[in-house]
Ligand binder design. Structure first.
Ligand code: AP5
Length: 215
């Protein structure tokens, strides 16, 4: 299965991706997670990406396209893309690579959430820097406060989850990323999901939508 998950920051893309890949045995290709790993490793790419990520802006397309095409090629049996493509040029870059490989995306899953619901999700988010598992201080608590359920150690709060940066990320989303849904309109099936409901209800709608597409 090859899916693209779209939606604003805090829509629940990472949360739902974890559940989709578990059910469908696909790779989770998160551009944000890959960039954070590059930063943690101190690579040249990670250093170049740092200031864009900290301010809530987008990392330049050429860096992202190369990085994600490489990740896609390493997942021949299927993947869910999370956070990529985020601009129309990125979507075009992905299409070119898919065409060269004779592959197609099965569906686009668009998670819709109003801006008003986003801030509390982001400021309450805690994540595991080792396995990437995402929690929330109220909506999705770990078994032991502040500790990853997978025995990795302490959870952290992302630097770009402060109110000012979240506001900039939302602005960036509306200005540069929302158009990607339109780009895909006549190319692939699009599942539009109301993601402004409890996490399990969103998952149920995503699975039901994917099953109806497969029929
Ligand atoms: P990235 O890491 O991709 O961030 P994002 O897209 O802004 O998305 P998030 O990870 O913040 O949110 P999410 O939708 O995954 O929500 P989550 O499941 O965690 O990108 C970070 C930065 O990297 C960008 O700003 C940019 O600089 C750079 N970058 C990345 N990709 C790029 C690209 N392609 N091009 C250029 N630059 C790029 O959920 C959030 C919280 O809400 C969690 O605590 C969760 O528990 C909770 N939650 C989830 N669902 C629900 C629900 N239904 N109800 C209540 N709470 C919920």
């Amino acid at each position: 299965m090859r899916l693209i998950l779209l939606g604003p920051p805090g829509a629940g893309k990472g949360t739902q991706c974890k559940r989709i890949i578990e059910k469908y045995q696909a790779a989770h290709l998160s551009s944000g997670d890959i960039l954070r790993a590059e930063r943690a490793a101190g690579s040249e790419l990670g250093q170049k990406a740092q200031s864009y990520m900290d301010s809530g802006g987008l990392v330049p397309d050429d860096l992202i396209i190369d990085m994600m095409i490489k990740a896609v090629k390493q997942a021949p049996s299927g993947y869910v893309l999370d956070g990529f493509p985020r601009t129309v040029p990125q979507a075009e870059g992905l299409d070119q690579a898919l065409n060269r490989a004779g592959e197609k995306i099965d569906a686009i899953v668009e998670l819709q959430v109003p801006d008003s619901a986003i801030l509390s999700r982001m400021t309450g988010r805690r994540s595991c820097p080792k396995c990437g598992q995402v929690y929330h201080v109220e909506n999705l608590k770990p078994k032991v406060e502040g500790q990853c359920d997978n025995s990795c150690g302490p959870l952290v709060q992302r630097k770009d989850d402060t109110p000012d940066v979240v506001e900039h990320r939302l602005k960036t989303y509306h200005e540069q990323t929302a158009a990607v849904v339109g780009y895909y309109k006549d190319k692939y099936p699009i599942l539009t999901i109301n993601a402004d409901q409890p996490i399990d209800a969103v998952t149920a709608d995503v699975f039901a939508g994917l099953e109806s597409l497969a029929r």
